[in-house]
Design a protein around this ligand. Structure first.
Ligand SMILES: *Cc1c(COP(=O)(O)O)cnc(C)c1O
Length: 370
């Protein structure tokens, strides 16, 4: 993976047209004092247009606001859309940094390829983020565990009902100040193991970050809520026997002997940037990390026998989340004591210390934006 230093950003190519009626300072302060996930948005958005004739053009930062979309816009009918999620962190000295943005740029390109969308050059992805975060730097919160969540996305804008890739595509980045994902600190979540439905299947779009996968996960998610569980764990669609991931987070199991296991990337799993950072950090601590098939039968037996001591989920939004309880049609199992385990808490702290500049970034993961 290339390091941040090697990254180029074409931030200068973005024309900034400032919002003529931004939030007042008082409104912004009120928003920053009441941080929830994905509710408040900043004053601007970054945007780049693609057409089959002109390619990527019209790089700009403009007032945040509703999009004008023709009712025949292809995205509304055929779901041709991909997205990303990353954060900008305010360090104690006031500077603002992104975490592994180049990995998000590369993943967006892979997702776009799968959805027959055009590839956005990494320098445009980074440039859009730089331009937006600089325009809205006052929106990057500074309190503990807060950040500016960035949501890049690309969609088929062309008004055409024929089934083919759109010839007019828009790429945007919007930003939302967020607090700690869980209001009450690190709280273990309960997980329903879903046997009847899948978020993706062999040859499908499971390894692309696209809205369609999330649409497929909403109904099982609601059914799990109704049964008293917070999140859904999906099994492989071919056999229904292997753990894959949650609707929007990857999963790790910690064995009693200290080995850490995570499901191998198999074409259905979305390869998380948090996942790969955790694998790297654990490896450097001489923890044995194994990427392999993780059968449900093994997890069930391990939880029953105590040979699996911790299970956690990870992703940009919630960083690292302990799993406290699993349920399925056949069993109900507590993970360890049900409380967050030491490996989970340690890796969470290690990652966040790098993100907030409290620990040295030996990987070149952090990139200064402001
Ligand atoms: C985004 C996402 C993840 C986590 O990826 P990160 O890069 O760590 O944020 C995991 N699974 C799915 C399905 C996702 O969409």
């Amino acid at each position: 993976m290339s390091t941040a230093a090697a990254l180029t950003s074409n931030v200068e190519a973005f024309q900034v047209v400032s919002n003529v009626s931004p939030h007042s300072e008082a409104e912004r302060e009120a928003a920053l004092a009441d941080l929830r996930f994905g509710v408040q948005f900043t004053d601007h958005m970054a945007r780049v247009t693609w057409t089959a004739d002109e390619g990527w053009h019209n790089r700009r930062v403009e007032a945040y606001g509703p999009l004008s979309l023709d009712p025949a816009a292809a995205v509304l009918h055929y779901g041709q859309e991909v997205f990303e999620g990353l954060k900008a962190f305010r360090w104690a000295d006031g500077s603002v940094w992104t975490f592994r943005a180049e990995a998000n740029a590369a993943r967006l390109a892979r997702s776009a390829w799968r959805l027959a969308l055009p590839e956005l050059p990494a320098e445009d992805f980074i440039g859009a983020i730089d331009a937006l975060v600089r325009a809205d730097s006052a929106w990057v919160p500074g309190v503990e565990e807060s950040s500016l969540y960035l949501r890049p996305f690309m969609y088929a804008h062309e008004a055409f009902l024929g089934v083919r890739p759109a010839r007019h595509v828009e790429f945007l980045v919007i930003a939302s100040p967020v607090g700690s994902y869980f209001a009450s600190g690190v709280k273990p979540v309960s997980i329903w193991i879903e046997k009847d439905y899948h978020r993706s299947g062999p040859g499908g779009t499971g390894d692309a970050k696209c809205g369609g996968n999330y649409a497929a996960s909403l109904m099982p998610q609601m059914a799990a809520y109704a049964k008293g569980y917070e999140q859904v764990l999906y099994l492989d669609a071919r056999h229904g026997t292997l753990l894959e991931e949650l609707g929007g987070m990857n999963v790790f199991a910690v064995m009693a002997d200290g080995t850490v296991v995570t499901p191998v990337i198999n074409g259905n799993i979305l390869e998380g940037i948090t996942r790969s950072a955790i694998i790297a950090l654990l490896g450097e601590r001489d923890v044995k990390v194994v990427e392999r098939d993780l059968p449900l039968i093994e997890v069930r037996a391990g939880l029953e026998a105590g040979t699996i001591s911790e299970v956690f989920a990870c992703g940009t939004a919630a960083v690292v989340t302990p799993i406290g309880r699993f349920g399925s049609d056949e069993f109900e199992l507590t993970v360890g004591s049900g409380e967050p385990g030491p490996v989970t808490l340690q890796i969470r702290k290690e990652l966040m210390d790098i993100q907030y500049g409290r620990a040295e970034d030996t990987h070149g993961w952090m990139r200064r934006v402001v």
